[in-house]
Write a protein that binds this ligand. Sequence first.
Ligand SMILES: [Zn+2]
Length: 462
Amino acid sequence: MGNITIRHATIVTVDPHRTIIPDGAITIERDRISMVGNDDAVVKAIKPDVEIDGRGRIAIPGLINSHTHMFQCLVRGLGDDMALIEWINRFMLKIIKVIEPEEAEAGAALSCLEMLRTGVTFILDNHHGKPTEKSVDLVASAIKTSGMRGLVARGITQFTDISGKLGMDPGGFPFTPEEQLKSMKRLLEKWNGAKDSPVKLSPAPGAVFACGDELIKECYTLAEKYRVPCHIHTAESGPANKLFRKETGQGEVTKLNTLGVLGPWTHIVHGIWLDDSEIRLMASKKAHHVHCPVSNMQIASGVAPIPKLLSAGVNVCLGSDGPASNNNQDMFGVMKAAALLQKVSTLDPKVISAYSVLEMATIGGARALAMEQEIGSIEVGKKADIVLVKRDSLTSAPSHRPTSTLVYSSLGSDVDKVFIGGHLLVDGGELMNADSELILERARAASEALFDRAKVRELLSN
Ligand SMILES: [Zn+2]
């Protein structure tokens, strides 16, 4: 097959110059972008074999969801109106204790469809739903089957004194450190061996207070060896952070630095309760910040200091967080929340721009994966992960400023087409390769079975 050329689209490239091309064309050859430019210049230089009409569409790089827990779509809404520690103890640990691998997979398959349909092309799934080897395998396979790219960050946990003081149930920590490391190594060998594998694995210590020091260090060593992130929930809950500081005499990021695990492979997920010295530490060590604004608001965790992080030079990327604290994985909603939360909390409407937020959801995510040469922007030579968003939908027309449309007006349902590696996986808003009804039915059945075994039906009446 020859080239595919998307014509007459408004292209928001997210390249280093923040180039926007009002009447642009993108040529895709095999899995990569071979030309980007003004429509007339591109079609003068190359004869399109297949033309895609991009009129009334904004072309953006595929969105990168840098933090979610896909299985949680099975329990959407059950954790509403709880703060983090109650949410963990009264709800999530009960689910984690009993979830079966096939159920986690059913949730993951549905989450993949949700995200693909709404313009996500790369998923970082922090799988902590009783992550047995089989379960991790099935979740990674669900991403692969969907045609998306992804990283499954396997939750690794250990009951600690501080987890005990926070009232966490030891039963929610079913594996020994040795078991988890052995299984992590086997999974890394299996999934990260192939150079161009679309789905890889990485270690994810559950939280600084829910994983022992030695285990966190082992995780970081593995992350460095396999050149994948060490993805850690850090400084998310105010009360937990306060207790952590009282017990250890230092903040959570400072602690990671003391352990020697704050570096370019570290993902500080949430990073709300940071002091200024920790922001400087993150910048100097080139650690990444994974911001999840909707979840932070939903469970009232607090406001991450994004403007300070950005001005210190920290790379910030964006995640939906799991659908049990969001309660969906629509990155358009996450982008809007990321902008609005900073504006209202600083009382400064200029504190963050729509373009910065779009960068967090694209190239920022790519940098945090060390994949910025491959994905995250529409530039020649990169993988053809491209999303066309309608600018003439009822919620966004008339659209005058493309980045404003994308961040403040667009909904995930405005996504018209999604290409991943040059493959058209969503066309006219329809999923091309998936049996959505079957996947939905499996997820419904899995959640019903899970409610009974986890004994969480009482939460339905809240
Ligand atoms: Zn999370």
